[in-house]
Design a protein around this ligand. Structure first.
Ligand SMILES: *Cc1c(COP(=O)(O)O)cnc(C)c1O
Length: 714
């Protein structure tokens, strides 16, 4: 299956291939530079994919590097850091909990956003999983990821001249990824076999390394399977309910069997969202087969299971009709020691409307440690699932919260990283989750900060222009695309960024509610404003797709003067440019439907203040001096229409009276002093608290360690 044709590397730099096949390089800019120094042009041509790069780089360049003392010094330094990172020695977890380091946490997720070359994520959930794993590696937490590799991934987005979203699926070339086979038809015992609805599905397993940890990805696209079953891991969130339940069986049940086959014995299992909840049933089954009663088995599993719920949007919780569960699980409940009714009761949600098997309800019943992903989302979740614990008050519903955070080394701009290293200390990353450390942000001279911000903005605009130019050259873009791609944007205008999934509750078009008002804001001669959009709509989400269409029409409207741009194909790479390069990050979902949101955290880390309704992380992150709140001041319970109107009004007001004047208030050197002060506050308050480091340490101390201790007692 793998046909990697790594070039024979000169022995002295032979470990470059090891580095290329561990995504650790991707969050270490020095490692990125090492590849760049070999052949910068090729590195760009290969879109920073070191696996492909090493297949193509010329022997002469390699030999040259192997004889170049400066290159070798750099190489040796990187390899030293790489080896240290993989040993987990001296890390936070191994120092604090040395006795717990030998049995891992198994982290199950339907998607992982690890790198742009591995399109096995669609949005926030996947990015969060990726950041969680990278941080686990950084702090030495023993963790293994369990998920899928989707050959067709999530789709590539193209927008037609009329503003319609096309979805393109390109098969993944495994040989151009860091995936390595760990279970294949050539392995001892052959492919992994998982029973799904009475059929045997064969599964191959791949591993991707992230520093000291591994993520194992299952793949049903093997010849041994019927074509229908090969589709199981073909597309992320494709297919119907039946496909979905079968996927979740492979993820949950197959995942547990895969770990067993690999000889990995986790102390704790973490389900990232309800998609993976069948793993709890499979673990119970194993214990029941070993002689325990259902109750004993369920208690043992519950104590060692962590569950994170990610959305207050009801449609975001998988619920399967009973007849589907019946066809897929007939014969399975007996092996749990249950009858049909007892089995179905495990997925019952008393308030769930239709009598479905609800994956979140299942997970809440079988995990002792459950959480939402922000303070507000924890509260909303307790409300939402209260009916499962009718004898308790809402506050006693056993769902706590751990607020999401972002992996700092992944999301920080290299330019900002250098600025921090210069003024906060070279080891700033080692202390970045300590709020008191960030008081040093005052050491950064305003003018230097402003210069870096301007540099990042130019980089974004160049990136957008080059994309459009490539499309123009290859004649895949007409004049409308050239315009909407951002060629008319003005680098001196206050630039708002808005990038996220096009789900209707996120209200991407809210800012267009009063076009007359917006035109005045955009066209002010001395204080111009513009906005850049990006985001995909799920192909089946017609309202989401029509929002993209609507924004496209506005972007080409002469009256809006080229002040609106849309970047196609929002992914990790686009996100990095946007969250670093714009001036303000806008978020205006319907409260309280945004569970956390993490793009605003990435932006704040890079000195891009947040302008947002008080939802998700901003409900706790907003301090009055570090960004802006869109506060409509209307009571709860008003109609959606009325609420949208009030939110739009509040958005215009804060733009006109606060954001715009502050940005254009310059000193005699052209530096917006008060703006810089505010963006430093944004960094100071967001960088430590909304980091993946703070988040993963919270998971470790509040969830994993107590569960590990419970596991040791069994
Ligand atoms: C961070 C990120 C997201 C999630 O951002 P939200 O604020 O939760 O919408 C989605 N997609 C990509 C590509 C991202 O980088």
């Amino acid at each position: 299956m793998s046909n990697k044709t790594d070039r024979a590397l000169p022995v002295r730099i032979g470990r470059l291939s090891e580095l290329a096949n561990n995504l650790w390089w991707s969050w270490h800019p020095d490692a990125d530079l090492l590849f760049q120094h070999l052949d910068k042009t090729l590195w760009e041509m290969m879109h920073h994919n070191p696996v492909k790069f090493l297949q193509q780089v010329s022997p002469a360049k390699l030999d040259g590097a192997a004889a170049n003392p400066a290159f070798l010094r750099h190489y040796d330094g990187i390899m030293l850091a790489f080896d240290k990172a993989r040993s987990a020695k001296g890390t936070w977890f191994s120092e604090k909990y040395p006795q717990l380091a030998d049995r891992p946490i198994a982290y199950f997720s339907a998607e992982f956003g690890l790198h742009v070359s591995l399109p096995i994520y669609s949005g926030g959930l996947g990015i969060l999983a990726g950041d969680h794993c990278k941080e686990a590696s950084d702090i030495g937490l023993p963790l293994v990821g369990v998920g899928f590799v989707y050959q067709l991934g999530y789709f590539i987005q193209r927008i037609t001249g009329e503003g319609r979203q096309d979805s393109i699926y390109e098969p993944l070339d495994y040989s151009a990824t860091p995936l390595e086979p760990v279970i294949s038809r050539d392995s001892e015992g052959g492919l992994l076999k998982v029973e799904v609805g009475g059929r045997c599905v064969h599964v191959a397993v791949w591993r991707v390394k992230l520093g000291s940890i591994s993520v194992y990805l299952m793949d049903a696209n093997v010849e041994e399977n019927h074509s229908w079953d090969r589709e199981l891991t073909s597309r992320l969130y494709g297919g119907d309910q039946e496909m979905r339940i079968r996927q979740e069986i492979v993820l949950g049940i197959g995942g547990v069997r895969m770990l067993e086959r690999l000889g990995i014995r986790p102390a704790v299992f973490h389900a990232n969202e309800g998609h993976a909840a069948f793993m709890m049933l499979e673990r119970i089954r194993v214990l029941v087969q070993a002689g325990k009663s259902f109750k004993e088995a369920a208690d043992a599993v519950r104590e060692t299971t962590v569950f994170t719920t990610h959305t207050p949007v009801p449609a975001g919780h998988d619920a399967f009709p009973f007849h589907l569960v019946e066809t897929q699980f007939a014969g399975y409940w007996e092996s749990l020691g249950l009858d049909r009714e007892q089995f179905f009761a495990l997925g019952e949600h008393p308030d769930g409307g239709a009598p479905n098997f609800n994956m979140t309800a299942l997970a809440l019943r079988l995990a002792a440690r459950c959480n939402g992903v922000s303070l507000l989302h924890g509260r909303v979740s307790r409300q939402m699932w209260h009916s499962m614990w009718p004898e308790r008050t809402e506050d006693e519903v056993p769902i706590t919260h751990i607020t999401n955070g972002v992996h700092t080394p992944t999301w920080i701009a290299p330019e900002m990283n250098r600025l921090f290293a210069k003024h906060l200390g070279h080891d700033w990353l080692a202390k970045h989750d300590d709020p008191t450390f960030w008081e040093r942000i005052e050491n950064i001279p305003d003018a230097e900060m402003w210069q870096v911000k301007q540099q990042l903005k130019h980089k974004l605009f160049n990136f957008m222009r080059e994309r459009v130019r490539q499309d123009w050259i290859t004649e895949t873009a007409g004049p409308v695309r050239v315009l909407t791609g951002g060629t008319l944007l003005n680098p001196d205008a206050l630039t708002i960024g808005f990038a996220r999934r096009f789900a209707t509750y996120k209200r991407a078009a809210l800012i267009f509610r009063s076009l007359d008002r917006l035109k005045k804001i955009f066209h002010d001669e001395w204080q111009p404003v513009q906005i850049i959009f990006a985001g995909k709509a799920h192909p089946a989400d017609l309202p989401g797709r029509s929002l993209i269409h609507e924004i496209y029409q506005l972007a080409r409207d002469h009256n809006l003067g080229g002040r609106i741009a849309f970047v196609e194909n929002y992914d990790i790479h686009v996100a990095k440019h946007l969250v670093r390069g714009v001036d303000v990050w806008l978020n205006n979902p319907r409260v309280p439907l945004e569970a956390s949101g993490t793009s605003g955290q990435k932006a704040a880390l890079n000195g891009v203040p947040h302008l947002s309704v008080l939802d998700g992380w901003w409900y706790e992150g907003y301090k009055g001096t570090n960004g802006w709140a869109i506060e409509p001041g209307v009571p709860e319970g008003v109609s959606e229409e009325y609420r949208d109107e009030a939110d739009a009004e509040a958005l215009y007001r804060v733009l006109e009276t606060e954001v715009v004047p502050l940005y254009f208030d310059r000193d005699s050197d052209g530096v917006p002093r008060r703006w810089i002060h505010l963006l430093k506050e944004a960094i100071r308050t967001a960088a430590p608290t909304f980091s993946a480091r703070r988040m993963v340490k919270d998971y470790a101390e509040r969830m994993y360690v107590p569960a590990m201790n419970a596991s040791n007692q069994n």
